[in-house]
Design a protein around this ligand. Structure first.
Ligand code: MN
Length: 244
């Protein structure tokens, strides 16, 4: 398999000769999140659901103008099944990176920003639980940064993603039932409480600091190698495959 580095995408040529989107490795062991998220849930959620979005996306882009675009470009330029699968690939990658096996805490500039924009970390938690509980049906709850730099919570339905709204995502919680039903059945609020205690604040702070600018840095088009979020997307999507 041949590869080359092209801005926001490590490019793999398949046996058939087109450029494939890869399933990024999980940033932790399959059982590392237990008992918050069981290995059984990971077996379905990552190895079945996430992998299927990647496979379907590759089927859909093959032979089209999209098979040379970065994932973020596909998300911004497509609709229907291609958008749904591309956005779900990104959303899930961001979700896994939002999770930590151990309890972490925000600090420094990010904590100050949370205090300024939400009142306190506890107030953000309350707002997060409320947002996740009131999202009807399937979707995602995101901590995002607005173009002018303010932090806010954003709910998106189905596959929708802040990348379409020019918002910079900082963490995301998957509230599709497949994310929690094996471990929590219908108790979504309990899952949200446990999620809060497993947020990878180190990842959130890293993303926050790389995009810490009152001027919107712009994540569209994702073709600028100096765009910090572009590099984050790169790291997320390609992981250690860059050197493999
Ligand atoms: Mn999911």
């Amino acid at each position: 398999m041949q590869k080359l580095y092209n801005f926001c995408r490590l490019i793999y040529f398949s046996e058939k000769g087109f450029v494939m989107i890869e399933l990024p490795k999980l940033p932790f062991a399959d059982n590392a999140l237990e008992p918050f998220i069981s290995e059984e849930t990971i077996k379905y959620h990552y190895y079945k659901h996430h992998a299927t979005y990647v496979n379907k996306l590759n089927e859909l882009i093959e032979g089209t103008k999209y098979d040379e675009l970065s994932l973020s470009s596909i998300i911004r330029d497509s609709e229907g099944a291609m958008f749904n699968n591309a956005a779900q690939v990104f959303n899930h990658t961001f979700y896994w990176n939002s999770l930590s096996p151990s309890k972490l805490n925000p600090s420094g500039k990010l904590l100050t920003k949370i205090d300024n924009d939400f009142g306190s970390l506890e107030a953000l938690k309350e707002e997060f639980i409320k947002a996740g509980t009131t999202l009807f049906g399937s979707g995602w709850v995101w901590l995002v940064r607005e173009p002018k730099g303010k932090l806010m919570l954003k709910k998106t339905e189905n596959a929708h993603t802040p990348l379409s709204s020019h918002l910079t995502p900082l963490f995301v919680c998957d509230v599709w039932e497949h994310a929690y039903y094996i471990d929590y059945r219908n108790l979504r609020p309990k899952y949200l409480e446990e999620f809060w205690d497993h947020i990878n604040w180190d990842f959130v702070m890293k993303t926050f600091e790389k995009t810490d600018n009152d001027v919107f840095i712009g994540i569209e088009p994702c073709n600028d190698i100096h765009d910090p979020f572009c590099q984050i997307l790169d790291d997320l999507q390609n992981g250690d495959r860059v050197t493999s």
